[in-house]
Design a protein around this ligand. Structure first.
Ligand SMILES: [Zn+2]
Length: 192
């Protein structure tokens, strides 16, 4: 079975027992939002106990507080009433395995999927690549406690974010499923 067929068949089953979920209101019932990484091992609905309609989950590579993530958070509170936000990065994040320089070099060579070896990512595909990667800030991570703290701090000090919104900074441990608080991020969240 192809991925497309698998997804459509899973959706058939999901829709067959959809029940009263069609009545859910648009604003998140539990009034909070999570910004987290797109990593396939992370399932925010499971690790944070969410059901449909409960919370906003904003995901990108690294769970970084990019301009676009902040755009979503601002809409989340301003129009849909969330009152508390979580920034959740995680251990063993792919974003720790390269830098802007590395991904720019890889993409300049080839658009095909790179391989990860002991010395980091390397190209196994053929060209051409593109120099466009130079114009993207890839928001890579060198230390995940630091990246959570930076992102909490950036959101906290953003002119469109009210001081009344608590922001919690956590690291999800992919080895055991636990959320671990980042004390520096907690401090950064208090600063106004
Ligand atoms: Zn990640």
């Amino acid at each position: 079975m192809t991925v497309l067929h698998e997804v459509l068949s899973a959706n058939e089953q999901y829709a067959a027992s959809f029940g009263a979920k069609g009545e859910l209101a648009m604003p998140p019932a539990r009034g909070f939002a999570i910004l987290t990484c797109m990593d396939a091992r992370l399932d925010p609905a499971k690790y944070a106990g969410l059901s449909e309609g409960d919370a906003h989950v904003i995901r990108n590579a690294g769970g970084r507080a990019s301009d676009d993530a902040i755009r979503s958070l601002v809409i989340s509170y301003k129009l849909l009433g969330t009152k508390e936000w979580f920034v959740i990065h995680h251990t063993n994040c792919n974003m720790e395995f390269f830098t802007n320089e590395v991904i720019r070099g890889l993409l300049a060579n080839s658009l095909e999927t790179a391989a990860l070896g002991a010395d980091g990512f390397y190209d196994v595909g053929t060209g051409p690549g593109s120099a466009e990667a130079k114009y993207v800030d890839w928001l890579t991570i060198s230390d995940n406690a630091q990246s959570v703290t930076e992102d909490v701090s950036r959101i906290r000090s953003h002119p469109l974010v009210p001081a009344s919104i608590p922001i919690y900074g956590y690291i999800y441990d992919v080895s055991n499923g636990r959320l671990v608080e980042v004390p520096e991020a907690h401090k950064a969240a208090q600063a106004t």
